[in-house]
Design a protein around this ligand. Sequence first.
Ligand code: SF4
Length: 62
Amino acid sequence: MTFSVDQDLCIGCGACESTCPEVFGLVDDKSQVKVDPVPEELQASALSAEDGCPVQAISHQE
Ligand code: SF4
């Protein structure tokens, strides 16, 4: 599973980093995906971060 963050949509709120710091990290106030592909043990957490993004900037592919 791979995740991506739409840099135009991200408002740098930090929610994804708080929920899943293993996968998401803020760089210059934009969230970046730090691991690709995301290992199975982190996928549930990463999906929670996707669900929690207030502007739907995060998406994933199987
Ligand atoms: S939760 Fe969404 S808007 Fe907030 S930093 Fe992460 S990707 Fe950006």
